[in-house]
Design a protein. Structure first.
Length: 410
């Protein structure tokens, strides 16, 4: 009987087996390390999220506590006693000696400042910003108008006068200082509608670097008692803060009409607004380096108190342009237009008697519209004649022609 032979692996097979096992273990170790790094990154990410969410929770809880806190009472500082106490007047009227928080900067606390008071202890918790009407701040002209003196025709004398009053004191004050003369601070522009009063003010705003504040007189007429006077006061306070500044009040006759006793509450409120305007223009307080320009087409109804020297020192009449002025205005408004050779500006200036600068601008636009309607490449004399006829019918120059040129109320 044969003996059975046993099969044993060779040394090479055993070594190969060990190498394969070691490689498998190394691959498993690499995978585990990669998974560990991924888990650590995720743990760091979640930790950052947890920290951020905790911050959001604290912020929301703080906001919730603020919403749950009782409202503050508005008060006015009457006098600062020392570093810890002050006298305040609450909105209901009584005065109190109260403490104020050490978080409040003492420089922000002064007589007249508005503060927030705790309902229970009446301690000053916060200093409120100055309560000014945002409508007043909206009257400041941020962007300079595109008008210039070169766009105004036939008003050379008026331009020179307004430059002397408004521009020179701001640009070259030494001229007046060496002579010892105080330049006028107020000028009133009067003239018929369309003669260029507002355009003059726009040109001033474009030429000077001073702050330009524009307001229409009707904006200062308010419904409730004292609101119009408050707006006038804040308007001049804004002009003083932004000094050097130019305050332009268009259609000033809306609040400065001659005082009459008609007994209506609305008229009395307009008169209160005018009284505040008179006090601000030339009252007890100096208005500083603030120039005032007023404009109206109804000087006959203005109150005499407004026209005295010291308020409006100079009154500039802006007349209806004469023939030379009308020709110059035609040149300005037709400079960019393509015109035929038959267009004679002298003839146009002669047939547009009693026309204002606004009328001449309307004629130039209408002539261009007639040419565009006929698909022409240039504007001819026929289009100007049609435009003059159209504008003349709409403006009824025959009625205006009965008045003397340059006189508003014949």
């Amino acid at each position: 009987m044969k003996a059975s032979s046993s099969v044993t692996p060779s040394d090479d097979d055993y070594s190969r087996y060990l190498r394969d096992r070691i490689k498998m273990l190394e691959d498993a170790n690499i995978r585990l390390r990669a998974r560990l790094e991924r888990v650590e990154r995720e743990a760091g990410f979640y930790e950052d999220m947890r920290t951020r969410y905790e911050g959001e929770i604290r912020k929301l809880r703080s906001e919730l506590e603020k919403l749950r806190a009782p409202p503050l009472i508005i008060g006015t500082v009457v006098e600062v006693i020392d570093d810890k106490r002050m006298v305040v007047r609450s909105s209901t009227g009584p005065r109190f000696v109260v403490n104020y928080s050490h978080f409040i900067d003492p420089k922000d606390v002064f007589a007249g400042a508005q503060v927030g008071l705790n309902q229970q202890s009446l301690a000053v918790v916060s200093v409120l910003p100055s309560a000014k009407d945002p409508t007043v701040y909206g009257m400041e002209v941020i962007e300079s108008p595109d008008a210039d003196y070169g766009m105004i025709g036939g008003l050379d004398e008026q331009i020179e006068e307004i430059m002397e009053i408004v521009e020179l004191p701001l640009t070259e004050p030494e001229r007046f200082e060496c002579i010892g003369v105080v330049p006028p601070k107020g000028v009133l522009l009067i003239g018929e509608p369309g003669t260029g009063k507002t355009l003059l003010a726009k040109a001033v705003a474009n030429r000077t670097s001073a702050t330009f504040i524009r307001v229409v007189g009707s904006e200062l007429v308010q419904k409730y008692i004292g609101e119009g006077a408050r707006m006038v006061r804040e308007l001049f306070e804004l002009a003083k803060e932004k000094a050097p500044s130019i305050l332009f009040i268009d259609e000033i006759d809306a609040i400065a009409a001659r005082r009459v006793e008609d007994g209506t509450s609305g008229e009395r409120e307009v008169q209160r607004t005018m009284m505040q305007l008179l006090a601000e223009v030339d009252g007890f307080d100096q208005r500083g380096d603030v120039r005032i320009i007023g404009a109206t087409n109804r000087p006959d109804i203005l109150d005499p108190a407004l026209l005295r020297p010291g308020r409006f020192d100079r009154i500039i009449r802006v007349p209806i342009p004469d023939v030379d002025g009308r020709k110059e205005i035609f040149k300005i408004h037709t400079a960019a237009m393509k015109m035929k050779k038959d267009v004679d500006l002298d003839t146009l200036a002669g047939v547009t008697e009693s026309a204002t600068g606004a009328d001449i601008k309307a004629i130039s636009i209408e002539a261009g519209m007639f040419a565009a309607r006929k698909k022409k490449k240039a504007v001819g004399m026929d289009e100007f004649e049609q435009a003059i006829k159209k504008v003349k019918e709409s403006k009824q120059w025959d009625y205006l022609g009965t008045k003397e040129a340059g006189v508003m109320f014949a």
